[in-house]
Write a protein that binds this ligand. Sequence first.
Ligand SMILES: Nc1ncnc2c1ncn2[C@@H]1O[C@H](COP(=O)(O)OP(=O)(O)OP(=O)(O)O)[C@@H](O)[C@H]1O
Ligand SMILES: [Mg+2]
Length: 243
Amino acid sequence: MKEIIKLEKVSFCYKVKPILQDINLSIDKGDFIGIIGPNGGGKTTLLKLLMGMLIPHTGKIQIFGKNPKINRDKIGYVPQIYRIDKEFPISTLEVVLLGAIKDSFLGFFKKEIKNKAKDLLEKVGLKDFIDKPFGKLSGGQSQRALIARALISDPEILILDEPTANIDPESERAIFDILINSNKQRTILMVSHDLHTIVNEVKKVITVRQFATVLKPKEVCKHFGIGLYHTPIIAKKIRGKKQ
Ligand SMILES: Nc1ncnc2c1ncn2[C@@H]1O[C@H](COP(=O)(O)OP(=O)(O)OP(=O)(O)O)[C@@H](O)[C@H]1O
Ligand SMILES: [Mg+2]
């Protein structure tokens, strides 16, 4: 497998308190990674570091062997919170097109890009909302539109920060089907608090709580599902080594 994301001894703090410490990770092409951890554990911060939006205080991050800022356009991002004025007059199609802004000329898009945006909206089940104001979409619908926006540039890596938070089970299933399909062409990293989904859908799990641990989905302790992000698995591993 080809390693496309590499973190070596990465640490980060916003102020004095360390948020992430000594993070070593290696992510391969084609991986589908679920990221879990408690509120404030540092998950969103980790994603922002991967995209070059934040700079590590120590250590090194490489995306396709280069500084994250250089390869930022290889990453599609669905943020945890997308702040937009509900009354702002922008259609769902226009929101998706924002993901292809670098291919526009003074804000005008070629017909094929517009068609691609429409196709993507159809794929995520929003065919009837293409020309509707984005502000009128429900939470689950706007989340699907944001996934379409992240996919329009055909990114090699797709990063999603809690794409299914506050979403009904049917829409959640629809979003996962889109992601599983999308994983055939790209590497996916997704933050979720839904342990059931994480265990059943992803190939690897990273737990983030100041430190990061990589687990196989079946190694994830069921306690995590009720918010007890303890570290018995790591402790066991260390004990195992010593014995
Ligand atoms: N811009 C900022 N300035 C200062 N502190 C910040 C900033 N952003 C986040 N933090 C702090 O960093 C810590 C990690 O935040 P982060 O958003 O990465 O957590 P998270 O794991 O994504 O949590 P959640 O599950 O709630 O989304 C928190 O204690 C948070 O208060
Ligand atoms: Mg977060």
